[in-house]
Design a protein around this ligand. Structure first.
Ligand code: NAP
Length: 491
């Protein structure tokens, strides 16, 4: 085939978080430069752009939480802070020539497939035509604000963690944090150092694994990694390799999983007051919910200016919060660390595929995908971290990189005119979802706890497969699992 027979795909990527940036780099590397990345925020970075609450750090080691093709030797901590991670993603997008393709403040409200491909519309009415669209929209971006009675009557400041405003005064104030997930734990640790009093209202105690989340990366180590790039790469690769241990622990019961329980129990024993320890003891397996990792939380809740309240919230009143035991907790500031609605994916969006099929119709009985990347009825649509995203089992950047390579391999084939449209078949998708169901059986997420991993029907929305399987599926797709058209007819 000669070069003139090649064509250049027009691609719209939705979202400039870590997945969109990974794909942007892969598209440029492959020479597909006719693309835009539409981002609803004021900046790139996804969750690291949206979240900037006090104490925000990543509970995944920095050596793992980065792209393999642009590792950062200069992380200031073993577990980097939110602002540093955000800066890293922006720098990567700039360094790799991705920013000229990014359209900020461009929320996609509709994407429709027709005879001429996709038409994508943003909130300001702009439209973009595309041969392919890719939803790189992430998982945790629709906040969960519980409908607490009287919430509006509170006379102080109440804010969800994702809406944190740096102008909110906490120094010397009476502050409450509702929730004890990864966010709540980080907020309590940060506020304890500044507020007059911190009240942590928790509904379900969490297992907390200790890690050196506040330990600085020594300067000599940073210098060594900077001046010996091969070493920096090696550390990253070793971290990726070691992450397989974690995948194994969460997906299969073994002595290693029991060891994690011992570690969590040992950490729990650092709570000296037996009554507080009893109230902080979960009645489910560690790792069943999204595991909380902190080197500071248990220390923080044992300080005199912190109370842990395990009675349910009954209502908000102008002075604060009344709990089920009738106690009024007087407060100035309440931060709702109550998490996110994790199963929306690219919705709300008027996404319409083949024959007028809407995304809400397709997902009426719950979200699903073919290998987290494709959906029957939606030709030339790919997702990065779509349904069953491995947010609790595989490294995020690694997954985004493999997904991006997979998508770009399809674009290469399209450019060579091997097909006009591609989508997974309904049969293959059904088969895959049966496989998911079976593989989820022995996972720790399925051992009886309530978590944001669970869908409305109680099934787990996670990826129960290891890195080798994932890599193989993305690198060598089973072509029989896809339906193709060429010149408007089935190929
Ligand atoms: P989360 O893990 O979903 O935790 C929400 C908390 O709010 C839970 O303690 C939950 O209690 C509580 N809650 C929810 N509704 C409530 C209600 N009506 N009344 C009382 N309590 C209520 O949310 P998150 O802490 O924001 O974390 C979400 C995810 O973001 C994490 O799991 C993690 O994946 C990611 N994250 C990562 C980092 C990082 O360092 N990498 C940092 C922050 C967040 P129940 O347990 O009883 O439901």
């Amino acid at each position: 085939m000669t070069a003139t027979e090649q064509r250049s795909p027009r691609v719209v990527v939705i979202g400039a978080g870590l997945s969109g940036i990974a794909l942007g780099r892969e598209l440029l590397r492959a020479g597909h430069d006719d693309f835009v990345i539409l981002e609803k925020g004021h900046d790139v970075g996804g969750v690291w752009n949206w979240n900037h609450y006090p104490g925000l750090t990543c509970d995944v080691p920095s050596s793992l939480y980065q792209y393999s093709w642009d590792t950062n030797p200069g992380w200031s901590r073993t577990f980097a802070t939110g602002p540093e991670i955000q800066r890293y993603h922006r720098d990567v997008a700039e360094r790799h020539g991705i920013m000229p393709h990014v359209r900020l403040d461009s929320e996609v409200v509709a994407a429709r497939h027709g005879d001429d491909g996709w038409t994508v519309t943003t909130a300001d009415g702009s439209t973009y035509d595309a041969d392919f669209i890719v939803a790189a929209t992430g998982v945790l971006h629709h906040k969960n604000v519980p409908d607490f009675p009287g919430l509006d009557s509170f006379a102080g400041t109440v804010v969800h963690s994702v809406d944190w405003d740096d102008d909110i005064e906490v120094d010397g104030k009476r502050v409450a944090v509702v929730g004890t997930g990864s966010t709540g734990v980080q907020l309590v640790s940060a506020f304890q150092k500044r507020a007059a009093h911190v009240t942590n209202l928790l509904r379900t105690p969490q297992w907390v694994l200790w890690a050196p989340t506040e330990v600085a990366q020594p300067l000599p180590v940073r210098a060594l990694l900077k001046y010996v790039p091969l070493l920096d790469q090696a550390v990253h690769q070793v971290s990726i390799g070691a992450s397989s241990l974690y995948t194994d622990v969460v997906t299969r019961p073994s002595w290693r999983r029991r060891l994690v329980r011992r570690a969590a129990e040992a950490h729990l024993r650092t709570i000296r007051d037996p009554e507080l320890r009893r109230r902080m003891t979960p009645d489910y397996e560690p790792l069943c919910k999204r595991q909380v990792v902190s080197g500071t939380f248990y220390r923080a809740i044992q300080q005199p200016n912190v109370s842990v309240v395990t009675d349910d919230i009954e209502r908000f009143v102008p002075e604060g919060i009344v709990t089920a035991d009738g106690t009024l907790h007087e407060l100035d500031v309440v931060v709702l660390a109550t998490g996110f609605k994790a199963h929306s994916y690219m919705r709300p969006m008027d996404l319409v595929g083949r024959d007028g099929l809407t995304i809400d119709e397709a997902w009426e009985k719950g979200t699903y995908a073919y290998r987290m990347s494709g959906l029957p009825g939606f030709p030339n649509l790919f997702m990065i971290m779509g349904p069953n995203a491995p947010v609790a089992s595989l490294p995020q950047h690694w997954t985004a990189e493999r997904s991006s390579e997979h998508i770009v391999a399809w674009l290469d084939r399209w450019a060579r005119r091997e097909f006009d449209t591609v989508e997974p078949t309904a049969e293959a998708t059904e088969r895959f979802n049966e496989q998911v169901k079976d593989a989820l059986g022995p996972t720790v997420w399925n051992t009886g706890c309530n978590s944001w991993y669970l869908k409305d029907d109680g099934s787990v929305d996670l990826w129960p497969f290891d890195r080798a399987t994932t890599k193989r599926w993305f690198a060598r797709p089973d072509h029989g699992d896809y339906a193709f058209t060429t010149n408007g007819t089935n190929a």
